[in-house]
Design a protein around this ligand. Structure first.
Ligand SMILES: Cc1cc2nc3c(=O)[nH]c(=O)nc-3n(C[C@H](O)[C@H](O)[C@H](O)COP(=O)(O)OP(=O)(O)OC[C@H]3O[C@@H](n4cnc5c(N)ncnc54)[C@H](O)[C@@H]3O)c2cc1C
Length: 307
C-alpha cells in the first residue's frame, strides 16, 4: 500500500526533490477537496507544481521512482471512490498561461476553459462562444474532447503539445485521434497534455459576448449548477438517444440512493445532494444502467471517470 510512510521509505529524497523544484505537497489529502463532486477518499500525496518546468520535473521524478500517478485538471469529470488511493495526484492548476499571436492562442493545460473563453472575447476572437461555462481546464477538455451545444474542443484546435515522459511532442488534431468524447490521450495514459493551440477568427465583440451570455443562460436554466456533480454521467450511446430524456421517462428524476440524487433539473446529472459517498453515486449509476437496459435495451457507458 502506498502511503505517507512508504513514499518516504521508497525514496527518501523524492519529497525533498519535489520541494526543491518548488512543488506544494499535501499528504494524506482528501480528493473531495479537489473534485467538483466533493466526495472521495484520500491520496497519499497531492502535488501542485508551480511552473511548467516543475511540472515536467515532477513527472520525470515520479516515473523514475515508479510511483503511480494521475493528472488532475479541475476535477470536474471525476468520481473518486471512497477508499484510500494507491496513486499520487499531480495537479495542473498552476500551469495556466495564455499567449496570443494574431488569431492563434496557445493555452497551458491548467488554464480554466472559462478564462480562455473570456480572453478570446476580450480580443474579439470568435469560435469558443458555445464553450463558455464548460467547467474544467483546457487539458481536461482536450483529453476527452469535451463538447456542448454542437461545439467540441477539437473543432478549433491546430496542435497539442504533449510530454511523453522524456520529450515534448507536438501533435496535430488528426494525430490526437479525436472522436465523440474521446482522444488518443484516453488510450495512451503516458501522454500528458501541456498546452493546446487554438485558431479562432476575428469577430464582433458584442456578438461574441451575447452568444456567451446566451450559452451561460442555457446552462443555468438546464443544469443543476447549485449542487456538486461531475456533469452528465453517461455518454450518448447513439446519436439519436438522449440519455437524460430516457432516464426522465423512467420516472427517475429525483430518485435518491443515500445522499446521491438523479437531478430534478436534468436527469442526465447525478448530484451530491446530501453528503453523498462515492458508493451512493456508484449504486445509483448501476441502478440507472439496469433500468435503461431493461426498458430500452441500451447499454449506458459512463462519461465521468471513476478513480
Ligand atoms: C456542471 C458540469 C457541467 C459539465 N458540462 C459539460 C459539457 O457541457 N460538456 C462536456 O464535455 N463536459 C462537461 N462536463 C464535464 C467536464 O467539465 C469536462 O469534461 C472538462 O473538460 C473536464 O476538465 P477537468 O480539467 O475538470 O478534467 P479532470 O476532471 O480534472 O480530469 C478528467 C480527465 O482528464 C485527464 N487530464 C486532465 N488534464 C490533463 C492533462 N493536462 N494531460 C493529460 N490528461 C489530463 C485527467 O487525468 C482525467 O483522466 C461538465 C461537468 C460539470 C461539473
Amino acid at each position: 500500500m502506498l502511503n505517507y510512510d512508504t513514499i518516504f521509505n521508497f525514496d527518501k529524497n523524492l519529497i525533498e526533490k519535489l520541494w526543491d523544484i518548488g512543488c506544494d505537497l499535501f499528504f494524506q489529502e482528501s480528493l473531495a477537496r479537489h473534485v467538483n463532486f466533493r466526495l472521495g477518499g484520500d491520496v497519499p500525496l497531492f502535488i501542485i507544481p508551480n511552473s511548467l518546468d516543475g511540472f515536467l520535473e515532477t513527472i520525470k521524478l515520479l516515473r523514475d521512482s515508479r510511483i503511480d500517478y494521475r493528472i488532475l485538471g479541475r476535477g470536474t469529470n471525476i468520481l473518486p471512490t471512497d477508499n484510500e488511493k494507491e496513486f499520487v495526484v499531480v495537479s495542473t492548476e498552476r500551469i495556466d498561461d495564455i499567449s496570443l499571436e494574431g488569431e492563434t492562442l496557445t493555452v497551458s493545460a491548467g488554464t480554466s476553459f472559462k478564462s480562455l473563453c473570456l480572453f478570446a472575447m476580450k480580443h474579439s476572437l470568435s469560435g469558443l462562444e458555445k464553450a463558455f461555462g464548460l467547467p474544467g481546464s483546457v487539458g481536461g477538455a482536450v483529453y476527452m474532447n469535451a463538447g456542448c451545444y454542437g461545439w467540441e474542443t477539437a473543432e478549433n484546435l491546430v496542435s497539442i503539445s504533449v510530454f511523453d515522459g522524456k520529450k515534448v511532442l507536438h501533435l496535430s488534431p488528426t494525430e490526437a485521434e479525436f472522436g465523440y468524447r474521446s482522444s488518443l490521450f484516453k488510450k495512451e495514459k503516458s501522454l500528458i497534455i501541456l498546452s493546446a493551440t487554438f485558431k479562432l477568427v476575428q469577430g464582433d465583440k458584442e456578438d461574441i459576448q451575447m452568444l456567451m451570455i446566451d450559452t451561460m443562460r442555457k446552462r443555468y436554466e438546464k443544469q443543476p449548477l447549485e449542487y456538486p456533480s461531475a456533469g452528465s454521467v453517461f455518454k450518448r450511446p447513439k446519436p439519436d438517444f438522449y440519455v437524460g430524456t430516457a432516464i426522465e421517462s423512467l420516472g427517475l428524476k429525483g430518485y435518491m440512493i443515500g445522499g446521491a440524487q438523479v437531478s430534478e433539473k436534468h436527469a442526465g446529472f447525478i448530484i451530491n445532494k446530501n453528503n453523498a459517498t462515492a458508493s451512493d453515486v456508484l449504486k445509483l449509476i448501476d441502478y440507472i444502467k439496469t433500468k435503461v437496459r431493461e426498458s430500452y435495451n441500451v447499454e449506458l457507458e459512463t462519461e465521468i471517470e471513476i478513480w
